[in-house]
Design a protein around this ligand. Sequence first.
Ligand SMILES: [Ca+2]
Length: 410
Amino acid sequence: MTTRNSVKRFHGMALWFALGFCAAAQAAVDFVAPPPAKGFAAPPLPEGPLYYPTGEGHEIKVVVVARGLSFPYSIAFLPDGAMLVSEKNAGRLRVVRNGVLDPRPANGIPKVIANNFSGLLDIELHPEFDSNQLIYFSYNKALDEGTAVAVARGRWDGRDLQDVKDIYVTAPGTTAGSRIAFGADGRLYVTIFGAFGNVPQQGDVVDGKVLRLTADGQIPPDNPFVGKAGFKPEIYSMGHRSATGLALHERTGQLWELEMGPNGGDEVNILKPGANYGWPLVSTGRNYAGPYQTKAFNNVEGMEDPVIYWMPSISVSGIAFYRGDKFPAWQNSLFVGGMRTGEIAGTGRLERIHLNADMQEIRRETLLADLRRRIREVAVSPDGYIYVLTDEADGALLRIEPSDRQTEKR
Ligand SMILES: [Ca+2]
């Protein structure tokens, strides 16, 4: 069952009930989403740079590095300064060298199954890439019995991926999205989306979970559910809706998880072994038809509360901590991409969350909202620039730099 089909089926059910053919009409009301807003069209991206003021007082410059990317999803930085970009729907791995997009996609990506949430997804370098050249990626693949989420790795030869093989494949029957990241412990963390039904609370399926694997795709013996009846041993944490982002905070070693709620209830969580993050039993958000998802917002026994949340939703996508020398006022800020705010198209943005030394939110600001684009990914390069991807058929790679023009002091 694909997520897209599920949505269609809910709409079909709603129509059927609304027409009065079923005595259980009341039960279907929750699935009747109101008609969507018209939203905002995106103006063309200019040839030249854009300049913006920011809440901390410094001006930034935004440059279009590459265009024509097909629904780009993630970014990885190579030590030689090149960048890798995954194109979700096209299932291609693209390379940007010296600020120029190579027209030739890299070889080595297997055939992917693409829809709203699936395709070629996240890319990560092995922590010891310098010595082993290993690159990991997650994608959706067709098995004989149905579609699955897979994590694969290959060796980067400077142009292409060699010796690509799957190191982990879910059971068939899902087209869920995924993000991957290496933790401070050298383990590979894998998110599997789980927006529909109660699957995030079921220990015998991986949907709606964060998984923890060795770099070879095996199950570490110290995983929290190893040997526990009714639980898959690869599960690290549960109760996640759609975990669209993972970011390692280098100073603390914490892994921060970004999670998309429905109409409200987008969350940032700090991952802990064996913890339950609540979905669909606890949420700060409303569902798409309007009612609150749950009575309980927080402080529920046995459930972890988010450290940051959004109500209404900004449709969260990528997540990254800032570290580097280009934006001193943004040191340790958390950046989160948003694709749509408050259920209105054309309202994507980049959010910056200012954290104190204890990693608590003290203020936040919205950036890039006037681009009117869905921001799919945010990533900080080793040299301290911030890159974002726009989620479009003609998607763009943008770079945020310190301003280089003389302006009047405000
Ligand atoms: Ca939660």
